[in-house]
Design a protein around this ligand. Structure first.
Ligand SMILES: Cc1cc2nc3c(=O)[nH]c(=O)nc-3n(C[C@H](O)[C@H](O)[C@H](O)COP(=O)(O)OP(=O)(O)OC[C@H]3O[C@@H](n4cnc5c(N)ncnc54)[C@H](O)[C@@H]3O)c2cc1C
Length: 462
């Protein structure tokens, strides 16, 4: 619980206009995109690294938790203040400080909205590839802290591949720079990578130096429907092996298609059990050639129909439908547990058929879609929270899924992170020695455990 004295000190640091104190206001910062909630004692909108450092030093003195938060779109409960304390919302720190065309880098504050940065750099003929489905509203700081991925990871990689350097306020209040403006750099341990995906547990990221690449000259989008689910998942491996370098290779099962079918620019026959949505980037002539070969390959794998987006608008409608899947799934049931497991490419067919088996066993609809091109499938276990048997079955389905994924040599999370939601399960993937080492690292950074406590490691386990 935050003391009155600490609260007054914080208000002195940031100003009364940059804190929220009433229960109604604080409740708005109690959640993220999971259904986990915990109300913070105070919500603070800092304006600079120095203000954050002062708050963190106070936190060590008075022993209250500090929970960094971007836009709160996280899918693991990472920004939910499970032990109370201060939620530090980074959205005021939202300046693009520099775009350097010669060095091909951008220096940004953490509260910049990802989609905004993408548009601004595209206006300068450059490209910032990472594109989480939430790009229109999540922050770059949140992307770095979760190690966010997205659809184009197949060709371009994920957020981690674009972060050259960071400025971080450590849990002890010092401010450090790590990384470098060069594309290479091996001086000392790679602290930049350590902060990537650290989910706000090792420090508050206050500045981010990002690598940019040239803007692709053109993009083509294809949609390939399959009457056979197994044929669709098997086609993923064939497409990747064929050397046609897809930029994105997304998968939607029948349940997904039913949720977004009216958004698609063409009708999807009832016979279609799965759809692959494929993007190809490059010079227009090269892309046209690869798109034709891709269409042929999909046909050989049994795809019917195969549609090529006729223009940018039609392609955008397809990608809009893709981005709309997550909210549209609530047509099926009022609540869901959204997992983002990843498996080796050869295991995708086994994952999807295994999920169908879990769905039958637990008596719940489970919708699968996502980034098939890198084996990262979003498994959405749909249920009704008001029905206890369904809530229990949903929790059991999560355990079934994680067991299946580990058997297939996959990982519990491809891009959303552990946060609060998956903390009880990390022992299913990491050995005792690996967890113990990670805890020692956490203690070395944060001896008083004030920075986002209760995350990543199982509860009461610190
Ligand atoms: C519809 C939808 C689609 C999505 N699609 C994708 C997708 O395709 N790929 C993907 O990877 N994710 C996806 N997500 C999940 C989510 O958008 C990402 O995890 C995103 O990176 C979170 O950013 P945020 O600003 O909302 O962070 P928050 O949710 O506010 O925080 C996430 C974590 O980062 C920490 N954090 C935030 N800012 C900082 C900071 N400055 N310093 C230190 N720690 C910080 C928080 O403490 C927390 O642990 C999706 C979510 C939704 C709702």
């Amino acid at each position: 619980m935050l003391s009155e004295t600490a609260s007054r000190e914080i208000i002195k640091i940031v100003g009364q206009e940059n804190v929220l104190t009433t229960p109604e206001e604080r409740y708005c910062y109690a959640y993220d995109a999971t259904d986990l909630t915990a109300v913070p004692d105070l919500v603070v909108f800092p304006g600079s690294a120095e203000e954050i450092a002062q708050i963190v030093r106070l936190a060590n003195e008075h022993r209250f938790p500090v929970v960094p938060r971007g836009a709160g779109t996280g899918r693991a409960g990472g920004s939910v203040p499970v032990q109370g304390g201060v939620v530090l919302v980074l959205t005021r720190m939202n300046r693009i400080l520099e775009i350097d065309l010669e060095d091909m880098v951008a220096l940004v504050e953490p509260g910049v909205i990802t989609g905004h940065l993408k548009k601004v750099v595209e206006g300068q003929d450059l490209y910032y590839p990472p594109d989480p489905g939430s790009a229109d509203y999540c922050t770059i700081g949140g992307n770095v802290a979760t190690g966010a991925g997205g659809a184009v990871a197949v060709q371009y990689g994920v957020t981690r591949d674009y972060v050259l350097g960071l400025t971080v306020v450590l849990p002890t209040g010092e401010i450090i720079d790590c990384g470098s403006r060069t594309f290479k750099g091996v001086v000392g341990y790679d602290l930049t990578r350590l902060f990537l995906g650290s989910e706000g547990t090792l420090g508050v990221i206050v500045k981010i130096l990002l690598r940019l690449v040239p803007r692709p000259a053109s993009r083509q989008t294809l949609a390939a429907g399959f009457a056979d689910l197994d044929a669709a998942t098997k086609a993923v491996g064939r497409i990747l092996q064929a050397g046609l370098t897809p930029t994105a290779l997304e998968f939607m099962d029948r349940g997904t298609l039913d949720c977004v079918r009216e958004m698609l620019p063409f009708p999807v026959p009832d016979t279609v059990q799965a759809l692959l949505l494929i993007a190809l980037d490059g010079h227009p002539k090269d892309v046209a050639g690869r798109a034709s070969r891709m269409a042929r390959l999909c046909k050989e794998q049994g795809a019917r129909p195969i549609k090529r987006a006729q223009d940018a608008q039609e392609a955008e409608r397809l990608w809009q439908a893709r981005r709309a899947i997550s909210p549209a799934t609530f047509k099926v049931k009022p609540a869901k547990i959204a997992e983002d497991v990843a498996v080796p490419l050869s295991a995708i067919p086994h994952l999807v058929s295994g999920v169908q088996e879990i769905s039958r066993r637990r008596g719940l609809p489970i919708i699968c879609f996502g980034h098939a091109g890198d084996g990262n499938i979003h498994v959405n276990i749909m249920y009704d929270r008001a029905v206890k048997s369904e809530s229990d079955a949903a929790q059991q389905a999560v355990v079934d899924l994680f067991k299946l994924v580990r058997t297939l040599r996959g990982t519990l999370s491809g891009e959303h992170g552990v946060g609060l939601a998956k903390a009880p399960y990390i022992g299913m993937e990491l050995s005792e020695a690996a967890i113990a080492l990670q805890k020692r690292l956490k203690r070395a950074f944060d001896p008083n455990n004030i920075m986002n406590p209760g995350k990543i490691f199982p509860p009461d386990d610190f």
